[in-house]
Design a protein around this ligand. Structure first.
Ligand SMILES: [Zn+2]
Length: 210
């Protein structure tokens, strides 16, 4: 987190003053996925913070912008930076570790994904992690997820993950941290791949969901 805070410059939008508390909260959530990993947010230098959900007039389909629509946009991740966040939602994500939502982890999952140069749901795999095993686990889980969403059934991973491979990757990472035991039970192959990728096993952490 110290390295992260040293590397990143925060900018408040709409007159938001970015406090040390905000920086720490965002840094803690952003660093969680890579806490035990050799990968690093190499190219990221800037985080823009809005007070709440925001509107952007940018083209969202140029392959560089990813953003989430709800009432407004909660967050964006640009390949090679920046990350843009709603502070309201970043704070809420930090306060509730089990509701299945976390915009900071979601956007930083996109950052991890982008380190290959392509934001496509295929991150840099762990040394020794077999591509075929990864691909099968992700595609099986993704196709099952899309089917359930399309037939209106409830899903463990947020329905937004059915948008495309990169959104499924981001939401799967969020679920991995927010509902690890449920994910391990329902999608054991996916859970195992994410656990290997990040070298973390949150289902075993004290206080994990049942
Ligand atoms: Zn996204």
């Amino acid at each position: 987190m110290n390295l992260f805070l040293d590397q990143i410059t925060f900018h408040g939008n709409q007159d938001l003053e970015v406090t040390d508390e905000m920086k720490l909260s965002i840094a803690a959530q952003a660093c969680l996925p890579i806490v035990n990993s050799p990968v690093w947010y190499d190219t990221l230098r800037t985080i823009l913070v809005y007070p709440s959900g925001f509107r952007t007039g940018r083209n969202t389909h140029d392959g560089f912008v990813v953003h989430e629509s709800d009432i407004g946009t909660l967050g964006e991740s640009w390949a090679r930076g920046p990350v843009v966040l709603s502070w309201d939602h970043a704070l809420q994500g930090g306060l509730d570790a089990e509701d299945g939502h976390n915009v900071v982890i979601h956007e930083f999952a996109h950052q991890l994904d982008s380190l290959t140069g392509h934001t496509n749901g295929l991150p840099i795999l762990r040394k020794g992690q077999a591509f075929l095993g990864w691909e099968k686990a992700m595609l099986d889980a993704y196709h099952g997820h899309v089917e359930r969403v399309e037939s209106g059934r409830p899903t463990l991973v947020d329905a937004y993950g059915a948008t495309n491979h990169q959104e499924f990757f981001a939401e799967a990472i969020v679920t991995f941290f927010e509902k690890p035991q449920a994910l391990r039970r329902e999608e054991p192959a996916l859970y195992a791949q994410l656990a290997e990728l990040l070298a973390l096993d949150p289902a075993r952490w004290a206080g994990a969901d049942r």
